[in-house]
Structures are given as C-alpha cells and as structure tokens.
Design a binder for this molecule. Structure first.
Ligand code: ADP
Ligand code: MG
Length: 730
C-alpha cells in the first residue's frame, strides 16, 4: 500500500507548472467573449428579438413564441461561431451541483445531410430525463418528467464546445425542483416591496434589484495525492490524518515548485472566468496552508449565483489541467481552518442608489436607515430560517468551530451605527413623540451617518451576519453551497418585513402623522423589538453562548436540528404568503436536505469502516509483526536481563498496536450496528437524528485510534498520504 503513497509523492514532486497562455489582449478585449451578452445579441438578433430579450431581463416581460425561433437561430449562429457543436439546458437541481444534458445542434440523416435540431421550442423548454434528481416525493420516479425552462435573465454561454442555456427546473405539475425557481420569485417579490418603500423617499425609483458578491474559499491538493486518499475522492474531506507537528506544516523544502503551480492555476482560472463574463478578482490570501479565495465584483443576484455555480464547475476542470484537485468541502482537514462562502448582500435602485449605503442628504440617510433597520428586524424574526438554510453535513464541522462563525445567528453593526440606533430608540418614544430639540438633534445625527461611517474601522470577523459599510455579509454560508438558498431566504424575509413596515407606516400617516415621524416611530419599535439579535462582541467565545441563551437566541449545532425550521408553520406560511414556495414544495425540500445529510454521513461511515478495516488494520499488523520479529531476535541473542531492557519499548508498542486494532474493530462493528438501526427507520427526521447522534460519534473515536497508529507505525508503511504531504505550503 505504501508504494501507492510514495508513487503519488514522487509524481507530485516531479511536477512543473503547466504553461498558461496569456492572451495578448487586455482583459477588456476578451471579457465575456464566451457569453451571449448584450453585444453578441445586438449582432446576432433582429432588433425585435434583441428588444424582447432585453425587456425580459429588465421587466420580466414574456418573450413571444414566434420570436423564440429567431432568438434560437441567432443564439445558435453565435455559438457555432465560437465552435459549439452541442447545446444544453443548464440547471441547478437540489443536489447542489449543476446538471446538463447535451444535444447536438444538427443530426445526421441519410445521404450525408444533417437536419437542424435547435429551434425556439428547444430553446424555451426541454424535458430532461430527470428521474435521478432529488424531488422529495413530488415527482414520482416512474413519471420521470421534469421540465427545464429558459431563464432569459441569465445569459447563455459557451463552454467545452457546448452552448449552455440557464434554465429553471420544474416538475410536470409545475413544482420547483431546483434552486433557481424560488430565487427568481423572491427577487421579484423583493423588487415590488422595496420599490413601494422607496416611494416614501424618491418617486423616481421604479425598480430595486438585490446584489450579491460572493467570496469563494477552497483548498488545492495535488491530484496524485488526492487519488491516493479514497476519503477525499468519496467524501471531499479527510476522515483520518494525524495533525502534523507544529511547524512541520511550514517545512517547504519538498514543495518548492508548488506556489508556481498554484499561480499558474489561478492565472488560468482567471482567464477562463473572464471569458465567461465572471468578474473575478483572484486573491491569493490563504488562511490555512493550501487554502485560497477568489471573489468577483458584485452583480445582480441571479447572474451572481449562476457565476458562482459556473466558477465551481470550471475550477474543478482547470485544476485538473494543472494536476490539482479542488476541495470545496467546508472542512477538509481537522485542526485546520474550514472554508466558507461569504455572501455580501445589498439592494440597488434603478436610480443608481445602494440602499444599504448612506447618502448625502438627511432624506437619503433616513432611507438608508429604513432598509438597515428592516433587515435587522427581519433577521431577528427569522433567525432560525437563516440557520436552517446554511445547514449541511459539511458546514456542521465548521459552524461553531474555531475561526468559524458560530451556529448562533446574530447581527454585527459596528459601534457607530449601534450608537445611532440607540439614539433613535432614546429620542423617539413608543408613540413617536419627540420634543423639537430632540427632533433637530436626531435629524442632525442621522445626517452625519456618512461621515461617521467614513472612519468606521471596526470590523468583526466572528459575526455570522455583519454590516460592512455598504452591504451585509452573510458569513456562515458553506463553501460548497449554492448561494441561492441563502439568497432566497434573505430576500424573502426582507420582502415580508418591508411589506409590514409599509403597512404600519401608512397606518400612522393615515392617522395624520407626518411621514418622517411615522417612519421613525415604526423603526424605533423595530429597534427595540430586535435588540437581542445585535451582538458586537467575540462570536467565538464561550461567553457568547451563555449570553445568547439568556437572550433567547437559538444555537442549533447540528443539521437535523437546524432543518426543523423548514417544518415550522410560521416559515411555511411566510414562503406561501409571497408565492415563493408552496407548503408541498417546502416539505419536499426539507426531506431532500435531510436525505442528503443522511447519505453523506452514511457514505462517510461506510468508508471509515472500510479504510480502517482494510487499509489501517493490515498495515498495523504488518508493522506489529516486524516488531515481534525484532523482539524474537533480541531474545535469541541477549541474556534475560538485557533482553528485558532492550525489548521493553517494542513490547509496549506491540501491546499498544493490539489495543488500537481491537478498538477499531469493536467500534467499527458497533458503528455498523448503529447504521443498520438507523437505516431501518422510516421517518426522515428520526433517521437523520440517528445518523447524527448514534452513528457519527463513532467517527471521532475510530479516527483517534487510526491517528494514534499513524504516529506509531513506520512512516514508510503508512498507506495514506499524510497531512504534512497534503497540506504543502509555499
Ligand atoms: P472583504 O470581506 O474580504 O473585506 P470586500 O470588502 O473587498 O471583502 O468585498 C467583498 C465582496 O463584497 C466583493 O465581492 C464585493 O464585490 C462585494 N460587494 C461590495 N459592494 C457590494 C454591494 N453593494 N452588494 C453586494 N456585494 C457587494
Ligand atoms: Mg468577507
């Protein structure tokens, strides 16, 4: 076995960076060249066709059926000019990855001719054989009928000679089977609710879009080493591995050539991403050894989500060109920082205003304050939902762990804005009454917000939802997640909250209250009500856990516990109220998430049993036999007293190895039994709880035995590449 490991190491050491062809032109010259964007559409579509796609993007207008044929023809002509031979509907099923089914543009027929296969109907709707995508019971497998339908608001693109058309994925009965469908609905609901509120401040606002800038963290591992670690290949994380001695990680004599390889990979990734219109700015900061991050310039949420999904896809492909594998798992290595995907979120108007950025006049600052306080209130009321949407088997390792956002949802504002909210609370009474002096003073201070924010230097890296100057940053999202989940929740809860705010404010205005005063009174009450969610301290500390409990904030540490929010009547009603998801669709999702969780833990459990029994135990026995031989030899050549002394350590090691072997064996058997019991359960929630509390606890115990053996057994005999080898540094 160890031969595989050393072969892998040898391969790794021999690698040179793959040469990356740097385009001769500037980024601007090739940015978006593989995207059917505005310029390409103008060139390949008639003005009617172009106008109708644009109207669909801008106002959600329907594209006429007869124009679809023409748009399809234009899209195909463009794609063919880029070398595409196939097309596919590109969608985001709830498995978390993207899916596609490729078809050729032309089909050969007899006589050496070919017939056209791509027209308006192929562009608009497809029926992929979707029986294998999770549907949580909505679509019976035998029906196997899901539809994909074109989403014209996200541009088509060419990748690997295939025209990819972003689509939604719905069942035969019209129910959402993907991430995109509810997201688009939430975005349009938010648009309406936010425009209505903007009307208090600026009549020119007719459209509000929500924006997202994600920051993608990931690890790189050499592909040869990756291939020698079945746990990485099957579960995305290391199930075993002793921590390297301190400092050992930093030894770089082995791996001098690797940073150049990483550079080459990043360069390649950047070029490909730019060609696909993904506006990334690669960053090289690594928190843990071998960990990297890249982030784009923010975009409207729908394309931003698609770009993140696309980036995760191409990362994997490009990494393989450079003999790397990308680890998107939230916690690939124990004892080393995990990976997240910060979701920076804000809203912008058609008048070019960022609604979470204070303006130049007191009026625009009141507008800022309105959206600011409403999102805080929304998070307070729906914290459990925010926790639920980031729950996954992978993220369980990360939330609440060292250097990761806690599982308790709270909001960080910074001391300056906290002070402003406190002031509003004090000066505006419950009934909205203020003395003239208080009114003047408050107006003055609200007017000063932009200035105080300019020197806003306090940042809190431990908060799961932090205000960072002109946006909120949802930091608890896992690195492998589809941002849609988190974004659907945030935009839905904000929609709900803004509608309530408008209603309450209008009611006060109807009673004769001045508009600004009515707004301040409602905001003041929200500030009071949502106070418990505001936390400026250290989110990693134990103190916070106690304090949060006192405040009545939930701390759901595991996925099965967190997912219960999707079963909560309050949240089911919330999604139904705004036509984002029906109760049935939500229940389907709840089941799919539980099932995914169970499957992940199940696979990990099986693999732990397999590797421990078939790789680790035999290796330990082989080494133990060598020790036994050694002891026998010593006995032959030494006298009794000398032998006792000379063989003491070996004898101890022999016993120790036996104890670990026995430990592994017993625990693997017990774990298998626990798994069998869990598998027999019919209720998804019960099964997930069983996997979480009855099966998973064995992982650590078995791992401890294995990791201890790794420290005893001869390095040359050890079958799996070690942490110090996987986590090479500069
Ligand atoms: P960091 O959190 O590392 O300090 P930055 O402040 O550079 O990162 O920003 C992180 C992300 O926030 C970037 O992707 C950036 O485009 C995005 N961002 C900036 N402004 C907005 C906004 N108004 N809406 C959404 N995302 C934004
Ligand atoms: Mg960040």
């Amino acid at each position: 076995m160890a031969i595989i490991r050393f072969k892998a190491l040898e391969e790794t050491l021999g690698r040179r960076p793959v040469a990356v062809e740097t385009p001769a032109a500037t980024v601007a010259a090739y940015f978006g060249e593989n995207v059917f964007g505005i310029d390409a559409m103008r060139q390949y579509l008639s003005s009617d066709g172009y106008g109708s796609v644009l109207a669909a993007i801008q106002s959600g207008a329907r594209i006429e059926r007869k124009l679809a044929d023409e748009i399809a023809a234009g899209m195909k002509a463009w794609a063919t000019s880029k070398g595409a031979t196939h097309y596919t509907h590109w969608f985001q099923p709830l498995t978390g990855t993207t899916a596609e089914k490729h078809d050729a543009f032309f089909e050969p027929v007899e006589g050496g001719r070919a017939i056209e296969k791509f027209g308006g109907s192929q562009l608009v709707q497809q029926e992929p054989d979707a029986s294998s995508f999770p549907s949580g019971g909505i679509r019976n497998t035998f029906e196997a009928r899901g539809y994909t339908a074109w989403d014209p608001t996200s541009p088509a693109f060419v990748i690997d000679k295939t025209l990819c058309i972003p689509t939604i994925f719905i069942s035969y009965t019209g129910e959402a089977l993907d991430y995109k469908t509810p997201l688009l609905k939430a975005l349009s609901a938010l648009d309406k609710a936010a425009v209505d509120v903007c009307q208090y401040f600026d009549k020119n606002v007719t459209k509000v879009i929500a924006t997202l800038g994600w920051e993608q963290e990931y690890f790189l591992v050499d592909s040869a080493l990756y291939n020698a670690r079945p746990d990485l290949a099957f579960t995305g994380r290391t199930l075993f591995g002793a921590s390297p001695a301190k400092g050992q990680q930093l030894e770089d004599h082995y791996f001098g050539s690797i940073p150049m390889r990483v550079q080459a990979f990043m360069r390649d990734l950047e070029i490909e991403a730019h060609k696909l219109g993904i506006p990334i700015k690669t960053r090289h900061n690594e928190v843990a050894p071998n960990q990297f991050e890249c982030a784009p310039i923010f975009e409207e949420i729908n394309p931003a989500v698609d770009h993140n999904q696309l980036l995760m896809d191409i990362m994997e492909k490009i990494a393989q060109r450079h003999n790397f594998r990308v680890l998107l798992h939230e916690k690939p290595f124990a004892g080393v920082n995990g990976s997240g995907k910060h979701n920076n979120w804000s809203m912008a108007t058609n008048t070019g205003k960022n609604l979470l950025s204070p303006g130049k006049t007191p009026k625009t600052n009141l507008m800022f304050l309105t959206f600011f306080v409403n999102i805080i209130k929304a998070v307070y009321d729906n914290a459990d939902l925010m926790r639920a949407v980031i729950a996954s088997a992978g993220n369980d390792h990360r939330l609440g762990a060292n250097e990761a956002p806690p599982a308790i949802i709270s909001v960080f504002l910074g001391s300056q804005l906290s002070a402003i909210l406190d002031e509003v609370e004090q000066k505006v009474k419950k009934d909205g009454k203020m003395t003239p002096e208080e009114k003047t003073q408050l107006k003055l201070n609200i007017g000063k917000i932009p200035d105080i924010l300019l020197d806003n230097t306090d940042r809190n890296r431990t908060s799961p939802f932090a205000f960072t100057g002109n946006k909120f940053e949802f930091r608890a999202v896992g690195s492998s997640a589809n941002c849609s989940g988190a974004m659907t929740v945030i935009n839905t809860i904000m929609t709900d909250q803004l509608i309530r705010f408008k209603k309450e404010t209008d009611a006060l205005i109807a009673k004769g209250k001045d508009k600004d005063e009515a707004i301040l009174q409602v905001l003041r009450n929200y500030i009071v009500e949502s106070k418990a969610i505001r936390f400026e301290g250290n989110g990693y500390g134990d103190e916070w856990v106690k304090e949060a409990k006192k405040r009545g904030l939930n701390n759901f540490k595991t996925t099965p516990e967190a997912l219960e929010a999707f079963n909560n009547k309050k949240f089911i009603a919330l999604f139904e109220r705004h036509n984002i998801l029906t109760a049935r669709e939500q229940h389907a999702r709840y089941e799919i998430y539980l099932e995914t969780y169970v499957k992940k833990i199940q696979i990990e459990g099986r693999l732990i049993g397999d590797l421990a029994t078939n790789n680790i135990i035999p290796t330990a026995i082989q080494y133990q036999n060598r020790l036994i031989e050694n002891v026998r030899g010593l006995k032959e050549i030494l006298g009794v007293a000398e032998f006792k002394k000379a063989a003491a350590t070996q004898l101890e090691m022999i016993i120790e190895i036996s104890e670990h072997i026995a430990g592994i064996r017993t625990k693997v058997d017990e774990m298998t039994e626990a798994r069998k019991k869990a598998n027999a359960m019919t209720d998804y929630h019960e099964m997930a709880e069983a996997y979480c509390h009855k099966v998973k606890p064995y992982f650590e115990v078995i791992r401890k035995h294995v990791d201890d053996l790794e420290m005893i057994v001869d390095d040359e005999a050890w079958p799996l590449p070690k942490y110090r080898e996987l986590l090479f540094t500069k």
